[in-house]
Design a binder for this molecule. Structure first.
Ligand SMILES: Cc1ncc(COP(=O)(O)O)c(C=O)c1O
Length: 430
């Protein structure tokens, strides 16, 4: 209760149409005249072309509304997969994942439920820019940024701990971590994650702590030094005063970005079934009051996908393609360093995800982006000094040409080389 926002405290799942309709179904009524859908001979009505285009899904898999919290079979399948993918979650009590229309919706619902205007949310200074819209504009809270990398281009443990202690001064601590990170494509090491865990556990002794894991790029870790699983596993039963929420979904994990299927899963040490249900109902209440429910055909396709025997094999093929691109990228970056190409572009550490970023000096990322556009290359300028390249979007054989263009355009701009140590004070976003 101490973590919930005012809205979160008030939120509940109403005993309205959805609940009354479910009750009628459970009772097996002779005439179900509850819900606002058209039926014919017991089957949902639809148009012939919709039936053709959604084949081989049945009409029931394609067109009806889904339950507010998601199709139950998808929720239980995702829960089982979470434990399969994260050994630390095996046998651990969590809420049943609630289906939301994409990870963005999940993060936005977390913001609705847990932050009030004026609250502080701790994030690394390299972050996905949409957090600003969600937390600062929609919820009017303050993003407190800690420098993600230290001067040696490693995870900045000290800055994280200082930031967490300072943010906790407000009486509650909300931390949002996104590994693999957008825009750097970086995941900290096991030791770094142990440090993060211990820091938050210490603070949970005195203030309620919310740890939000934005796991958009879960599973795409290419280097053994990077923490391989979700940090949610580290926190799910770490402390009774620390609520962990995992936001994940099929967008990136299953290469189904536009399906708009994400999941929200919550846990804390000692969570009871009643408490889990209360959290699920608060989330479902918010879903009901915003988007009502998530896409049914997308959920139906995912149920079939996740249950197919070749699911893991299909994913491994896609993942290996990205791993190969990452390896090519590293060869290119090693050659860049050895040949002292484009010294005004310093690659940030990258071991995972879809992206890599360059630190570029002095503050000319936008100028460089525009020059690259002229040369036929689209990349993202992040703040004044970072350039984000989505290497996941480029075929392996095209990566050398892409980076050759980036290096030669940067060299032609004639900016001075980057300093050897990383300047750690700037505020940035992707
Ligand atoms: C870090 C991060 N979180 C969340 C999302 C949003 O995911 P979705 O498309 O499922 O809303 C993205 C998408 O780019 C992202 O980079």
């Amino acid at each position: 209760m101490r973590l919930l926002s005012d809205l979160g405290k008030r939120m509940f799942f109403p005993k309205g149409i959805v609940a009354q309709s479910a009750e009628a179904r459970e009772r097996g009524v002779r005439f179900d005249a509850t819900v606002g859908m058209a039926y014919e001979k017991g089957e949902p009505m639809t148009l012939p072309m919709i039936r053709d285009l959604t084949h081989p899904l049945s009409t029931r898999e394609a067109v009806p509304y889904s339950p507010t919290a998601g199709v139950p079979e998808l929720r239980t399948t995702w829960r089982d997969l979470l434990a399969q993918k994260n050994p630390l979650l095996r046998g651990v009590a969590t809420t049943l994942p609630v289906v939301v229309p994409g990870l963005t919706a999940g993060i936005s619902l977390v913001a609705d439920l847990f932050v009030d205007p004026g609250d502080v949310v701790l994030i690394p200074d390299l972050f996905w820019g949409n957090y600003r819209i969600i937390f600062e504009e929609r919820r009017q809270c303050r993003l407190r940024e800690f420098p993600f990398f230290n001067q040696d281009y490693r995870f900045n443990r000290k800055a994280f701990a200082d930031g967490a202690r300072a943010a906790a001064g407000s009486g509650k601590l909300v931390v949002l971590l996104n590994f693999p990170n957008n825009p750097a494509g970086f995941t900290p090491s096991r030791e770094d994650v142990a440090f993060i865990r211990q820091t938050l556990l210490n603070l949970a002794e005195s203030v309620p702590v919310l740890l939000v894991a934005d796991d958009a790029y879960f599973g795409l870790v290419y280097d053994e030094e990077a923490y391989p699983d979700s940090i949610f596993g580290e926190f799910a039963q770490a402390h009774p005063n620390l609520l962990a929420i995992k936001i994940d979904g099929s967008s990136k994990e299953d290469f189904a970005w536009g399906f708009r299927v994400g999941f929200m899963t919550c846990a804390f040490q000692g969570i009871t079934p009643d408490q889990a249900e209360a959290l699920e109902k608060k989330i479902a209440g918010l879903v009901r009051g915003t988007v009502s429910s998530s896409s049914t055909p997308a959920q139906s396709v995912l149920i079939r996908l996740l249950k197919t025997e070749t699911y893991q094999a299909q994913k491994a093929v896609a993942r290996d393609i990205l791993q190969a691109r990452y390896e090519t990228l590293h060869t290119i970056l090693q050659a860049q360093e050895a040949q002292q190409r484009a010294p005004m572009l310093k690659p940030l550490p990258c071991n995972s995800g879809y992206f890599m970023s360059f630190y570029c000096t002095p503050h000319n990322a936008e100028e460089l982006r525009l020059a690259l556009l002229d040369a036929g290359v689209g990349v993202i300028s992040v703040g004044k000094s970072y350039l984000r390249v989505a290497f996941a979007g480029i075929d392996r054989e095209d990566l050398p040409e892409l980076y050759e263009t980036i290096f030669s355009v940067a060299e032609a701009l004639g900016t001075p080389p980057c300093p050897q140590t990383h300047p750690v004070q700037e505020s940035i976003e992707a």
